[in-house]
Ligand binder design. Structure first.
Ligand code: ADP
Length: 264
């Protein structure tokens, strides 16, 4: 049984960092305000947050995003700390307590680990804590180096979290308003698709490559995430992270972004 009032929100690197590679403080602040408010309205929220490597690279004064593994993992360790500090501070303004959970999607292939994780999430949520999740990049070698991980940027992880927590909704905040019939950066006449009942091969053919320099997944990984979550009955909404207030529309059932309908 899914928890009717449980929502997982995923935010990508392009929402959390600006062109200079610095933290977008307003995004952190807006996210903290809206998620805290939504929790006050009686919902349980989980945040899946990327951005550690980009922020870490910037803090370490690296000229470019690192490409070799040890530097990436080092940057992830620095950036994760910085991100959690900002979340703790901004959520703290609204008297909320956050928790950090780092794991890799292969952790859930082991039944015992999976059960432990689910128990931890439940214990945190039952106590009004807002879990903030990221991939454990400094530990995981295989994931950070695989194509899937490199281009996944937590889209898949967010679906895994939504399934693990039995959430009823997964909201993926991107740098674009939703899923279009073609890549709007290449085709200005692209139109937004507001509802998708079934993800087919044709749907996949509409998703182009990666958008911004800082975003990493593009729409392809969001479709994969949507496939995973909708198969378990979870509604998936892709909308713009520049306006986290879109979450109010999501919970009141208004049309916003693209809704991938969970299979009932
Ligand atoms: P984020 O991590 O912020 O979600 P991504 O770059 O991973 O950013 O994904 C969003 C990008 O996907 C958009 O900026 C867009 O350029 C690209 N894209 C490719 N195909 C589509 C499509 N059919 N609809 C919308 N965006 C698309």
């Amino acid at each position: 049984m899914l928890h009717k009032n449980r929502i997982v929100v995923k935010v990508g690197t392009s929402t959390l960092t600006n062109e200079l590679g610095n933290s977008k403080l307003r995004s952190f602040e807006d996210l903290a305000l809206v998620l805290s408010d939504v929790q006050n309205m009686g919902y349980e929220v989980v945040l899946v947050s990327s951005g550690a490597i980009a922020i870490g690279a910037n803090k370490m004064h690296l000229k470019e995003k690192p490409t070799d593994m040890r530097m990436k993992q080092a940057a992830a360790a620095v950036g994760q700390c910085s991100n959690m500090f900002l979340y703790d501070k901004f959520f703290g303004y609204y008297d909320k307590t956050v928790a950090q959970i780092l794991f890799n999607s292969d952790d859930i292939h082991q039944e015992e680990k999976k059960e432990n994780l689910a128990n931890t999430f439940n214990a945190l949520l039952e106590n009004g804590v807002i879990p903030i999740v990221n991939e454990n990049d400094s530990v995981s070698y295989t994931e950070i180096q695989s194509e899937e991980r490199l281009f996944g940027d937590n889209d898949k992880l967010s679906a895994v979290v939504a399934v693990l927590c039995q959430a009823s909704k997964l909201v993926i905040l991107s740098d674009i308003d939703g899923f279009y019939d073609k890549d709007p950066r290449l085709f200005p006449n692209a139109t937004l698709i507001d509802r998708i009942e079934e993800i087919t091969e044709e749907t996949h053919s509409l998703a182009g490559g990666v958008g911004s320099r800082r975003g990493t997944g593009g729409m392809q990984t969001k479709l994969q995430a949507a496939e995973l979550a909708t198969a378990q009955g979870i509604d998936v909404i892709v909308t713009n992270g520049n306006r986290p207030q879109a979450l109010y529309d999501v919970i009141s059932g208004k049309k916003i972004g693209t809704l991938f309908v969970g299979k009932k």
